[in-house]
Design a protein. Structure first.
Length: 229
């Protein structure tokens, strides 16, 4: 349960970064919708679309992680997935915080500039149906985000499709409060506070990685099981 709380907090604290990446699209569909229609269904469908993408990718990572765990057991290292995931998450978290290398290095993928992505985005934005906001959220869920990669690694360490899916759904839920009310938050929260929250989220990723690594060591019998892992 503590792991899910940490994942939720990472989503909540890092959601200021989500606003910076996708806030323009939220404003776009908010302004485009008919004035007589309430805004809440649009925001709910948009966020549901994002959470659906995160959950699907988390489930896939969990499935892949279970395969790695099986191979590790065959080689006599039953906690291999946890050990690898923990080490990678610590490195990624340090990078996101700007402590190790250049922050944001994991967000340099150019998927947003690819013709297939831009074509799909254009078609979705041209839709008149309210369900276009769900598809918009689903598509934007594939955009590269520094917070997502280490959490996908953590989802792989969950060891199953359902566990990985649920873990990423919890992360997505953590980002909802800020994105649902970003118009108010953006005007009230100063840039340096946003950066601070993002770095706190990065530190939580590092702690989550250390926890996973220690859990892997305990799983292999190298250290005694602890209360927090």
């Amino acid at each position: 349960m503590s792991t899910y709380v940490e994942v939720f907090l990472i989503g909540f604290l890092g959601s200021m970064h989500c606003i910076g990446m996708c806030g323009g699209f939220v404003a776009m569909y908010s302004l485009k919708k008919p004035a007589v229609r309430p805004s809440l269904p649009y925001h709910l469908l948009y966020n549901l679309g994002r959470i659906a993408t995160y959950s699907l990718l988390g489930g896939i990572m969990g499935l892949l992680g279970s395969t790695v765990a099986y191979i590790g057991e065959l080689r006599g290292i039953p906690g291999a997935t946890l050990l690898i995931a923990g080490a990678v998450m610590v490195l990624m978290g340090l990078n996101i915080a700007g402590i190790l290398g250049r922050g944001g290095a994991f967000e340099n993928a150019e998927i947003a500039s690819r013709p297939f992505f831009r074509k799909a985005l254009h078609r979705i934005l041209a839709m008149e149906s309210i369900w276009g906001t769900f598809l918009l959220g689903f598509l934007l869920g594939f955009l590269p985000c520094g917070l997502l990669y280490p959490l996908f690694i953590n989802a792989a360490a969950a060891g199953s499709f359902s566990s990985g899916m649920f873990m990423m759904a919890v992360f997505g839920l953590g980002t909802v409060p800020a994105l649902m009310s970003f118009g108010f938050l953006v005007t009230k929260i100063r840039p340096h506070v946003k950066l601070l929250l993002y770095r706190v989220a990065a530190i939580l990723i590092v702690l989550l990685g250390i926890q996973a690594f220690l859990r892997g060591m305990a799983f292999n019998g190298w250290i005694a099981p602890g209360r927090f892992w």
